[in-house]
Design a protein around this ligand. Structure first.
Ligand code: GDP
Length: 444
């Protein structure tokens, strides 16, 4: 998981100071020494670290902390606020022109994830903001980039404007914008050409496209895994083109986090979105405060709730609540629940958003991968209707049949039956507890 080392170190450092009734200047200094090392180790730009430590120090030994009733917690609050500030403070929204179409130029080096992100962004604009984007294929140099965008368009059932690879990107951009106007698209996302390195030819071409397209937004796509290189790339693109935002991809990987924490300070350009996986729905709006909260182990309950809201159908949730209360929850309901959880994203990512989750050492070793859910689903699908509704009928021979049918072992079938049974018992207890209250417990 991204930020793991940094999160571990910062959390154990702040833990030491958290409960202190009195915090001396020496305590703060000692803490900040460790914070400094943790940030440097996470590959955060050294100038950024220096500035950050200075800011926290100034505030932490000042009045607001020392005189407070809970100085330990105040120090942590300061750290969180400064970390948030470092990443840009407020959420930075994508431009929306009042003379549509809003033109967005997607730029970046090859392999950063530019084409994929173009598709993801179109998907997000449609899903979250109800927009009607047009994708424009202007990367005429990378072999197959145009086909890649067209395939993404097909997957999303979204139109892709392309003139092949023999027409100049400037012309493609111009025509794409005209086409978008005619077809009443409110966004045009131009997938421009990438190169392996920042070079003059690339920049010259991008400048020409910029001149013609007059974009409302120039988004640089950079790979978070490349650490300080990502920061350097952002700096050069910003100098040459004047960026309006950055999309940091592959934050689902093992990145130490240096790029996420440095880009804003170094380039003065906000991170607007982060890529959290290869799938087309794996793009999130970047919220500096929530990210700071995640890094400091305070969880990111807000994102979790948003994800749940997108994937959980309210009527279904109510129906389920009823079933739980009357204890008529079956394996079919269980299967449906699994499907909903799956829609929220990879399980380890969801768990990472729970406060304190990465302090639960056991969790790190639990491989909650999608494969496992797939196995459970296979087992349930091999059950008959009767078995799903009344699992108590499942005897030894039925177990063998289910195991065979799902390609899993009898032990796994047993384990699932046991877990389901325990879950039902737990629900019974919870329902009993909430009896007498006006309303039963709420589903997450
Ligand atoms: P381009 O050359 O910049 O257009 O790069 P592509 O869009 O072809 O992406 C390069 C690779 O990175 C592809 O395999 C993508 O699936 C992958 N990729 C893009 N964004 C993400 C992300 O957020 N997470 C992960 N894990 N992979 C990503």
């Amino acid at each position: 998981m991204a930020f793991e080392g940094l999160a571990d170190r910062l959390q154990s450092t702040i833990q030491k100071i958290k409960g202190k009734g009195k915090v001396s200047e020496a305590d703060v200094k000692a803490m900040m020494r460790e914070v400094r090392l943790a940030l440097l180790e996470a590959d955060v730009n050294f100038k950024v670290v220096k500035e950050f430590v200075k800011n926290v120090n100034e505030r932490a030994v000042g009045q607001e902390v020392m005189k407070s009733l809970t100085p330990g917690q105040q120090v942590i609050k300061v750290v969180k606020e400064e970390l948030t500030k470092l990443m840009g403070g407020e959420e930075s929204k994508i431009a929306a022109s009042n003379r549509p179409p809003t033109v967005v130029m997607m730029v970046g080096l090859q392999g950063a994830g530019k084409t994929t992100t173009t598709g993801k962004l179109a998907n997000l604009l449609r899903k979250k903001y109800n927009r009607k984007p047009l994708l424009a294929a202007a990367d005429i140099y990378r072999p197959a980039a145009i086909q890649q965008l067209e395939t993404l368009g097909k997957q999303l059932s979204m139109p892709v404007f392309s003139l092949g690879d023999q027409v100049s990107p400037v012309e493609i951009a111009r025509k794409a914008i005209e086409h978008a106007k005619e077809e009443h698209h409110d966004y045009v996302l131009i997938d421009t050409a990438g190169r392996l390195h920042v070079d003059e030819t690339l920049m010259d071409e991008l400048k020409k496209v910029k001149e013609v397209a007059q974009p409302d937004e120039i988004l640089l796509v950079v790979d978070a895994m490349t650490g300080q290189d990502a920061v350097n790339v952002a700096e050069s693109f910003n100098e040459q083109l004047g960026l309006t935002g950055v999309v940091l991809t592959k934050l689902d990987g093992d990145t130490r986090g240096g790029a996420a924490l440095s880009i804003r300070s170094v380039t003065e350009t906000p991170i607007k979105f982060v890529g959290m996986g290869e799938k087309l729905d794996a793009l999130e709006t970047f919220h500096p405060e929530r990210m700071a909260s995640r890094i400091l182990g305070m969880g990111d309950v807000l994102t979790l709730i948003e994800k749940a809201q997108v994937s959980v159908d309210e009527d279904k949730a109510r129906e389920l609540e009823q079933k739980l209360r009357t204890q008529s929850f079956t394996f079919d309901d269980f299967l449906e629940q699994l499907g909903q959880v799956r829609q929220m994203g990879p399980l380890d990512e969801i768990l990472g958003m729970l406060p304190g989750a990465n302090k639960m050492k056991g969790l790190k070793n639990v491989q909650v991968d999608d494969k496992q859910i797939g196995h459970i689903e296979a087992i349930i699908r091999s059950m008959t209707k009767l078995e799903k509704e009344q699992p108590e009928v499942i005897n030894a021979s039925r177990k063998k049949r289910i195991a065979r049918g799902s390609g899993r072992s009898v032990q796994e079938v047993n384990r699932l039956l046991k877990q389901f049974d325990e879950m039902k018992k737990m629900m019974k207890q919870m329902t009993n507890m909430s009896k007498g209250k006006k309303k039963g417990f709420k589903l997450p």
